[in-house]
Design a protein around this ligand. Structure first.
Ligand SMILES: NC(=O)c1ccc[n+]([C@@H]2O[C@H](COP(=O)([O-])OP(=O)(O)OC[C@H]3O[C@@H](n4cnc5c(N)ncnc54)[C@H](O)[C@@H]3O)[C@@H](O)[C@H]2O)c1
Length: 349
């Protein structure tokens, strides 16, 4: 099977996709769609593409015969690109976050159901080796069920994009990485959130660049998130710093190096002199680009017909955490998150 790709959006992230795609012998970029011609020409020169550049996806679809659209525009545009592509009979692979409003994401899933086409969303953090191993340990049950997950991200981010101007720039763009990882690490589905949002004094952002949140998951685990996109110095990893407390043990990971864990066979055993058993999840010597693992799975899913881990029907559970957080901020209360397998797929109460 050969993927004939219409490639929409030539921003900062595009090279990560193109570095992977141009090494594959089952992919061909047949057209670029970009509102900013200089950006498109820059990528065309960098990868020596000879394909045409279009200003709109509709024009590209009208003139080209492809079978896959890649959407690397930003979150406010994803709904239009993805639904236009699906209705034209294309499968879509696209960057996070799926959409900007509850109506948009519900409509995107409805369009997937109506057209029978696929839409898979990039959540590259899941493909970090350490993350996969921590999830395997947590879900093995050896430490009992996960009960309390703490994650934090403190970085100094200039996204050099319209994304800087969002009302909640961290929450509405990058936090989905943290939230998706949280779900994945403890194998939980979110049921509620209470989010406190603020813009720290001296922040380089106009909108709120920081927040503290408490999410509840269906498996009883509570996830405490905190983060600031404009912190100065002593950054955390972009992959967050994590502490996963289970009934009988804990895993800690700084998001970069080795992860450590301790567990006991008996609750409170430490007070009876039973020592903790401990272990290390080593950081691999060679760390693969997260996008490579994700893209391999996405293309494989399209070839085999098998679901990808980040299929839109799964990913709505991550974008729901963002959209529910926005509602929590604006209504200053805890929000319940409800999923259905038919339209409306997501309801916030
Ligand atoms: N997975 C990751 O680790 C990761 C990292 C960075 C960004 N991202 C995501 O990737 C997406 C793109 O990020 P970026 O940093 O490249 O953004 P960017 O702002 O640099 O680029 C987006 C590009 O889309 C173009 N565009 C906008 N509307 C368009 C339209 N209707 N048709 C065609 N082109 C259009 C813009 O002109 C711009 O060049 C965002 O959703 C972002 O959240 C993901």
């Amino acid at each position: 099977m050969k993927f004939r790709i219409i490639f929409a959006g030539c921003g900062d992230i595009a090279y990560r996709w193109l570095d992977h795609i141009t090494k594959r012998d089952d992919c061909e970029i047949i057209a670029i769609v970009e509102k900013n011609p200089a950006r498109a020409e820059n990528y065309q020169a960098r990868y020596n593409f000879k394909c045409p550049i279009y200003n709109s996806l509709e024009d590209a679809i009208a003139k080209e015969q492809g079978n896959l659209i890649i959407d690397l525009t930003y979150v406010t545009v994803h709904h239009d690109i993805v639904t236009t592509a699906l209705r034209a009979g294309y499968n879509v692979l696209g960057e996070k976050p799926m959409g900007f409003t509850v109506d948009q994401v519900n409509d995107m899933l409805r369009t997937v159901d109506e057209t029978g086409k696929r839409y898979i969303v990039m959540q590259n953090r899941r493909y970090i080796e350490q993350v996969k191993k921590i999830r395997a340990l947590v879900t093995s049950g050896i430490m009992g069920a996960p009960v309390y997950l703490a994650g934090e991200i403190f970085v100094c981010a200039d996204m050099a994009s319209i994304r800087n101007q969002f009302k909640y720039p961290q929450l509405q763009d990058n936090n989905i990485h943290s939230f998706d990882l949280a779900r994945y690490l403890v194998d939980g589905t979110p049921t509620s959130v209470h989010y406190h949002s603020f813009n720290p004094k001296g922040s380089m952002y106009t909108g709120d660049a920081a927040g503290d949140a408490v999410f509840e998951f269906d498996n009883g685990c509570v996830y405490s998130f905190r983060g600031y996109n404009g912190s100065e110095g002593c950054y955390t990893s972009w992959d967050n710093v994590w502490r996963v407390c289970c009934e009988l043990g804990t895993v800690v990971w700084d998001g970069a190096g080795d992860a450590y864990y301790e567990y006991t066979s008996e609750r409170g055993g430490i007070f009876k002199g039973i020592p903790y058993q401990s272990g290390v999840i080593k950081r691999p010597e060679v760390v693969r680009d997260q996008h490579d693992g994700a893209l391999e799975e996405m293309f494989n899913a399209l070839k085999t017909g098998k679901p990808a881990g980040t299929e839109c029907k799964d990913n709505i559970k991550s974008i729901a955490m963002v959209l529910a957080s926005v509602k929590s901020i604006e209504e200053n209360r805890k929000i319940d998150i409800i999923f259905d397998d038919k339209y409306p797929y997501l309801t916030l109460k």
